[in-house]
Design a protein around this ligand. Structure first.
Ligand code: ZN
Length: 387
């Protein structure tokens, strides 16, 4: 059993001003017909009674909102304060599922200047929320600079109880470690993204040895990533990209860590590398490239497949087919936040609370329910990243 309380205080003059200035428009928005009838019957004391009910509704918002998924949909008239024969107030909850509420107690009081309300709610059980594992995100990105802490709190409250922040170069890997160290549920990968490959072999080797140092000195590092090949943005350094990728696979093998692999417009070279270079501790083809050959070779070589926003896009035509090639014990979910928001959030800044849309799509494609997908992908993530 859990107990929640909410309390609120309001000046009578504030309510009086609102009623005098806005009249019925205000009253009808906030109060039910029965409440209005009751308050109006109190003649000179009506403002006090309106104010007490206003405070009661505010107090209810505070006491109830954490337990509801769609708390932003609640409105004033979901709560109605009524009095029994003895004048004791109680609250009717209208249009909300109250199955998990055991009992409620409310006390109201008012004087000339203010009204106060106190609400205590006893719940039968805590609403079970699904747990999600976001296996690939970038909260070190500057797009989270202004509100990173708020976003991380939000995603945790949305059920994302494990998340791996992948690094893309030395600076972002360091930042990923810092974020992971400050939050129990965040882990991190360190690595050199194909778009961040330095100009020379010498610089590359130096960077990789720095990555090695970061990985060995920090125990929240659970992967080498994000690494891979990207010929969409850069075609003039293909050899160096391949070299960097292979070197980082070797580093992961040496450190006994899995890898997180990025592929864009480099299907053939990717297949050739994963066939030739054994990835000893496994890994994931992140942001599933909807290419049957690559997915097939990835699976044959022990890799997991990470599905994110792109699997919900209407133009990912063979998404359903590819999702169904991947056995349940090899699927992972991810967001790649702040990029690649899933439908229906496409085009906005992504965060891990959007994983539910990915899970819904995978469930639809696989003919399973969302709880099963969330549970399976959570278990798979824990297995691959050894948590
Ligand atoms: Zn990424």
């Amino acid at each position: 059993m859990i107990i929640k309380c909410g309390t609120d205080i309001i000046e009578i003059s504030r309510i009086k001003d609102s009623i005098d200035n806005l009249g019925e428009k205000f009253i009808n928005k906030i109060f039910t017909e029965d409440e209005i009838a009751y308050c109006e019957s109190k003649k000179r004391q009506k403002y006090q009674h309106y104010a007490a009910r206003f405070a009661a509704k505010e107090a209810m918002f505070k006491a109830i909102s954490e337990t509801l998924e769609d708390k932003y949909d609640l409105c004033w008239k979901n709560y109605e304060v009524v009095c029994d024969k003895n004048g004791k107030p109680h609250i009717n909850i209208l249009g909300i599922n109250t199955d998990n509420i055991e009992s409620m107690d409310i006390s109201l009081s008012h004087c000339k200047e203010y009204a106060t309300a106190n609400v205590v709610i006893l719940y039968k059980w805590k609403r079970q929320i699904m747990e999600y594992f976001d296996t690939h995100a970038h909260y070190d990105d500057e797009k989270f600079e202004k509100d990173r802490e708020e976003v991380l709190e939000k995603i945790f409250n949305a059920g994302v109880t494990k998340c791996i922040n992948m690094g893309c170069d030395i600076k972002s890997s360091q930042k990923a470690i810092e974020i992971a160290n400050n939050h129990d549920f965040i882990y991190c990968g360190v690595g050199l993204h194909p778009e961040e490959i330095p100009q020379s072999e010498e610089e590359l080797l130096k960077t990789i040895s720095q990555i090695k140092e970061l990985a060995t000195k920090n125990n929240k590092v659970v992967a080498i990533g994000e690494i891979g090949l990207d010929y969409y943005w850069k075609q003039d350094n293909k050899e160096l990209q391949k070299h960097a990728f292979i070197k980082q696979i070797e580093l992961a093998n040496e450190l006994k860590l899995p890898v997180s692999i990025h592929t864009r417009d480099a299907i053939d070279d990717m297949i050739a590398i994963i066939r030739k270079h054994k990835i000893e501790c496994g890994g994931v083809l992140h942001c599933c490239p909807f290419n049957r050959e690559l997915v097939k070779h990835g699976l044959e070589n022990g890799l997991y497949i990470g599905f994110g926003g792109t699997s919900t896009f209407k133009n990912s035509k063979n998404a359903k087919e590819i999702v169904n090639i991947v056995p349940n014990d090899r699927i992972l979910i991810e967001t790649d936040s702040p990029y690649l928001s899933p439908e229906p959030k496409r085009g906005t800044r992504n965060d891990s609370s959007n994983l539910k849309h990915v899970v819904e799509k995978l469930a639809e494609y696989k003919g399973m329910n969302v709880e099963e997908i969330a549970t399976i992908t959570y278990k798979n993530g824990k297995k691959l990243f050894k948590m």
